[in-house]
Each structure stands twice: as C-alpha cells, then as structure tokens.
Design a protein around this ligand. Sequence first.
Ligand SMILES: Cc1cc2nc3c(=O)[nH]c(=O)nc-3n(C[C@H](O)[C@H](O)[C@H](O)COP(=O)(O)O)c2cc1C
Length: 311
Amino acid sequence: MQALRDRKSCREFSEKELSLQDISDLLWAANGFNRPGKHTNASGKNKQSIEIYACLKSGAYLYEPETNVLRQITEEDLRPAVASWQDFAAKAPVSLVVASNLKDPLYREEEWKFLPAYDAGIVSGNLYLFCSANGFGTICRTTMDREKLKNALKLTDKHVLHLNHPIGYSPAISAPESYERLFPRGKKAVNENYTGGVYISLLAQSDRFGLAWLEFEPGSYNNWHIHPDAEQVMIVLGGEGFYQEEGKPRRLLKKGDVVVTPANVRHWNGATPDRPLLHLSVTDQSAKGHIEWMGKVTPELYQTSPKENEK
Ligand SMILES: Cc1cc2nc3c(=O)[nH]c(=O)nc-3n(C[C@H](O)[C@H](O)[C@H](O)COP(=O)(O)O)c2cc1C
C-alpha cells in the first residue's frame, strides 16, 4: 500500500550512483523471470516481446532476463539521447529504455497491434512501484531521441521504442517510511556515544543474553566500542548501514546481512547517510558487562567515501 501511496513522477535527480544490487533488482522488477518461463510483468498473449536497455555512464546494455545479466551494446553514454530536450533526465545515473522486439507475426494483425504498448505500460508500473518502495525517483517518459537510440542500440526494423525511465536518488524523494518495523520503535539513545537519532528497545533479556531492536535514522551512528569478553550478533532487517571493525574496511550492510562481532574487537556501526538501518542484536551478557565505549567516530571517518572502504 505504501508503495502506491508514494508513487509519483520525479523530475529532479542527484548524480549519486545506484549500487549494482539496486540496478540488478530494478531490472528484475522490470522484466525478470519470477516463475519458470514467466516474467514479473504480464504480456498480451504471453508473447514477451519486451526488451529493456540500461543506459549508464559506462555505456548501454541489453538486459538478458534468462541469466539476469547485462550484455554491453555500446560504450557510449546514451543518457543524453534518452533525455533529449528534458535535461533533468540526463542527470539520473540509470535510464531504462523499454522496447519491443516484434518478431512474432501476431503483431501484424490489426486486433493485436497495440499489445506491445500495453506490455510496456505494465513494465512502467512495475518500475514506478519498485522505485517508490525503495526510495528512488523515476518518471515514465516517451520523450527521447528515437533516431539516435535506434542506431546506437543497434535496433532492427522489428523493434519499437515505447518509453523510458530515468531512475536515481532524488532530493525530492526521501527514503521510504515503509520499512517494516517488526517491533515498536524503542527509546531514543541520548548520550555522547550516539550521533543522530538511534532508537533502542530491549526485547528480551536473561542472565546469558540480551536481544535488542535498534533503529538508526539516516546519517546516525554510534562510537567505537567493544563488548568485553562477549560476542554480538547483528541481524539486519531493513534499510542500509555501515559496520567497521578497527583496521578493516567498512562493510555496507543490507537487509538479510548477519554480522558476528568477536569479543573485545573495537568496532562501530550506523545507518548510511540516505537510509535508516533497522537491526536486531543478540549480545552475550554472561561476561563482564555488554558494552565499553572506546572513542569518537568522527564525522570525517563516517563520511569517508563508501567506495574507498566498502566491502
Ligand atoms: C505514457 C506516458 C508518457 C509520459 N511522457 C512524459 C514525458 O515525455 N515527459 C515528462 O516530463 N513526463 C512524461 N510523463 C509523465 C506524466 O506527465 C505524469 O505521469 C503525469 O503528469 C502524472 O503525474 P504523476 O506520475 O506524478 O502522477 C509520461 C507519462 C506516461 C504514462
């Protein structure tokens, strides 16, 4: 429901790149297989004529749903050709072009000639909902430099270019509020060891372990600390975060990641600047006490370009 509530067209993009995982998820949402032989999108007469071309800074690629890979067509950056006169669209890091390959003779029958365009509309719906659910901006556009794209993408006279979707982060789109909160938000941790909004709720405790639910707002993090003689397991249930052990590169955390912190290892963690981090933590409480703070995580360390030290 929330994805539908948030769905809208976006005409303001930042240049921040999408992760490869996000691009892969987005292509799968557009035209991946979700069952043997069938796609995430419906298609008239199940003809599956849709082809998706991903235009990135590094070139343009055809998405091959059978293997979930991108096959490079050209090294040229075709985003300006997709944008045409709408300059805002050229800034988006990814532009997906939705085309049909009308190899099937069925499409030449009057009754069925609109089917591929309907199919493209369904792809567009998937993309809008994927983007609103994941905090990306997008817009369905039929504006594009069709001549240039036909040539550069090496399309045949059986191809029809339907529409395109520039996709990216946007100052106009905030991270979705729709992260599933499996547990109610806890109390805000207000002390010098937390920067930004961090909410902690102790769900269960015994002599041997403590189970806590933590929410870090975008841009919030904790200081360096250790768990004296105690291990901790962190299970990421939503959003995106960072985890760093002293002397090691910073890890980017996504939903489903599990981090085991050995006893007495200095580390910190937090949300990314754009996304909250929602996680459970299980801490061994049988030893001395479950946390010892070990110094400030500076804004410089937190802001270090993720590309330099991400796993
Ligand atoms: C088939 C189709 C073609 C569109 N083409 C363009 C376009 O070329 N340029 C543009 O700025 N918006 C384009 N739009 C976006 C519409 O203007 C937008 O969906 C409409 O104003 C409603 O706004 P909303 O999507 O935020 O609800 C297109 C939308 C559709 C469905």
